[in-house]
Design a protein around this ligand. Structure first.
Ligand code: SF4
Length: 352
């Protein structure tokens, strides 16, 4: 499996590559210069399960803010640099644990060299990121459009520039909003390199379309053993990105832990507000540190049977519901107490 043989890269106190667990990343959408707002958002993300955070560094002030932000957070911070090589250097001097650059946007080789020299001195990894949207003109012409081949060639060109400067503490990311092109590009890239890969579908859209595109793209790649760290990009609260990333990893068997909520799709037999109840259960279990399956079913006729594979469940009836454990009905519970009863059972799990 590709992921087992990638180079190990340390990002602050975290490690990616070499078969280590796939880590979840997200990116703040606050102004990095606003330390209080950025720290508050990172704390929410940490609590949701974010393991590496990226912040944009467009200004000198943002670079300076990094050292203050770093004092107040508990996960490694990646500085996202667009065009100004001086920001990359300032971010590293202010404690960034990794920088993300596209050497093609940084300018002359001297500028790239200046960035690489600082990274080398401090042993800070560089994520070399290329995006289908900014593919060089000559590669677009060579491959008659934006193609997986072009994206891979562009990424490897950038990697070779940095390698030629004597540095290989690198992570690569190649992104496209075209899911199948993104998958094809990664499948080609892994034949040519063993650097760890940051994988994500870029500009994938709002919560609904972003989740579907990311689940398909990341699902295929991760299942093929490709991807050492992931970001689900969503137009929305970044906490949603982390929740989705966790669910993707858990669904693929790449993460253990946490409560999985399964619920039935409802049908004509449903007599309670199961949609509301299932959503409430999902929220309620988010901070309970158990590794369990919880079923939320819509009727007392089929619910208990269908919930057999769950550790615990509730099934709604008319005005009352059932508490179920491993498919066995434990007792009847008034409808309005179902949620609380389930919560109490979970909080006392293992003490019974
Ligand atoms: S568990 Fe009951 S309510 Fe839910 S889909 Fe099955 S039959 Fe319908």
């Amino acid at each position: 499996m590709y992921r087992d043989h990638t180079k190990v890269v340390h990002i602050g106190d975290r490690v990616i590559g070499g078969g280590n667990p796939v880590l979840i990343q997200s990116m703040t959408n606050t102004h990095t210069e606003d330390v209080a707002a950025t720290v508050a958002q990172i704390h929410r993300l940490e609590q949701a399960g974010c393991e590496i955070i990226r912040c944009t560094v467009p200004t000198e002030e943002a670079a300076k803010a990094i050292s203050e932000i770093k004092k107040q957070i508990h996960i490694p911070l990646v500085a996202d640099i667009h065009f100004d090589y001086k920001m990359a250097i300032a971010a590293m001097e202010n404690g960034a644990d990794k920088i993300r650059i596209n050497p093609g946007n940084i300018g002359s080789i001297d500028r790239v060299k200046a960035v690489v020299e600082v990274a080398k001195e401090r042993n800070i990894p560089i994520r070399v990121g290329v995006n289908s949207g900014s593919l060089e003109k000559d590669l677009v012409e060579k491959y008659h459009g934006v193609t997986a081949e072009g994206i891979v060639e562009s990424a490897l060109d950038k990697v070779h520039i940095i390698e030629d400067l004597g540095y290989d503490n690198l992570v690569i990311s190649i992104k496209s909003s075209d899911v199948l092109m993104c998958v094809a590009a990664h499948e080609k890239l892994v034949k040519e390199t063993n650097y760890p890969l940051h994988v994500g579908i870029t500009e994938s859209g709002t919560i609904m379309s972003g989740n579907i595109k990311s689940s398909i793209g990341l699902g295929i790649l991760l299942h093929e053993g490709i991807g050492d760290t992931i970001r689900v990009s969503l137009t929305g609260d970044p906490v949603e990105e982390v929740k989705s990333a966790k669910l993707i990893l858990r669904t693929l068997g790449l993460r253990k832990g946490g409560i999985e909520v399964v619920s039935c799709p409802t049908c004509g037999r449903t007599n309670i507000d199961l949609i509301g109840l299932a959503n409430a259960v999902e929220q309620m279990v988010a901070d309970i540190p158990l590794d369990l399956k919880v079923a939320v079913m819509g009727c007392v006729v089929n619910g208990p049977g269908e919930a057999k594979e769950a550790d615990i469940g509730i099934a709604g009836g008319k005005g009352e519901g059932l508490l179920i454990k491993k498919g066995e009905v434990i007792r009847k519970v008034p409808e309005e107490q179902l949620l609380n009863t389930l919560r109490e059972e979970l909080l006392n799990w293992g003490n019974a």
